[in-house]
Design a protein around this ligand. Sequence first.
Ligand code: ASP
Length: 441
Amino acid sequence: MLKITKFGGSSVASSTQFKKVKDIVMADTARKFVVVSAPGKRDASDTKITDLLYLLDAHRQYHVPADNVFNLIKERFMEIKKSLDLKYPIEKDLDQFYANLAHMNQDEIVSRGEYFCAKLMAEYLGYDFVDAKDIIRFRLDKTIDWEATTKKLQAKVAQHPRFVFPGFYGSAANGQIQVFSRGGGDITGAILAKCLDADIYENWTDVSGFLMADPRIVKNPRQITHITYSELRELSYMGASVLHEEAIFPVKEKNIPIHILNTNRPQDKGTIIQERTTTKMPYAITGIAGKKDFLSIYIYKKHMSNEVGYIRRALSILENYNVSVEHIPSGIDSFSIVIAKKEVEDCLYEMLARMKAELKPDKMDVLEDLALISTVGKNMSDKPGTSGKLFAALGDARINIRMIAQGSDEINITVGVKCEDFKRTIQVIYDAFVTKEDINE
Ligand code: ASP
């Protein structure tokens, strides 16, 4: 059994968290390869090391002295070193890093959070340290060079049977350090799991997996114990964020399960993300997520269905303004284009004028302040009546549905409602599919 065990920023935020990590790693001999993020927040008012490093870089760019920021970073690492009585001379390496700042680029600077954290963690666990810079290789187009990365990793594993690996970065073709997007430590873990054919990718964080709805909206929502990659993709896209979206792809290809676990409550079951699962799910839906601040452009044109290329022309105007589209629900002579408000902040009225001039619609309306809510579940496609139940519940609650879209793989139904109905819609859907089921049981 081989596990890739990744700990996020809050799991390595202090010496106290380091101790929890050690207990977890030592509890299972399959946890041979450990990936760490940079120390994150110790509490809500704290600052992540990576944010401090970005700040340090901003000072470098504007040639402003950054001693204060550097000292904050140093203190954080020194607390871990001193409290755990580690030998690694991190103060020397940190000072050297600071002295060298002017000669480094942004990616290298911000990658040091995970680098120093991995060095300390390796010593603390009695594992080797393997640098991501020597293993993870990016191509010129910023995608992963899988062949080179797999080869290098497999060679390293032969020399280092147990190691700690810094997340978030690798190196470009020219040897310079390159980072992933924020939260990218999750991607590193997924890469290791794929290249080493792990049995499971454990992702330890500060929540016990995914909940069926946002706990700020629904009181004590149920835990999702199993979820497929595609369901998760839908939920994360709509705002349920625990794992970096890009972390799914490497493991999905090999059907390696991702297990989300809580470093502060290791006894909790967490959520298993997998392509297929035989576990019987208790509810018809898996989860509900949503986002506010969309708008919809409604276009009606008589006999549109006979006019070749009409929708394409509308979309090409959006493309000209570099606007990406969320949904295009359509009727016979009409369609709507749903977009995120922030996409058209500066260009909406100019773009609408162009649409009017070029498309000559018989009617065109803009519906502002739209919220989208997705009800996701792989069981929905073979369960007749799911959408009926959803619409009936919203109808009973007198929530006006202004748009409906269903993904072609039938694992989600998305409704558009007024932003003011956002929370209530989520609650009503949750009650219809979960609370009422619980009561009937
Ligand atoms: N430290 C990086 C960030 O804060 C990457 C990570 O935590 O995964 O974005």
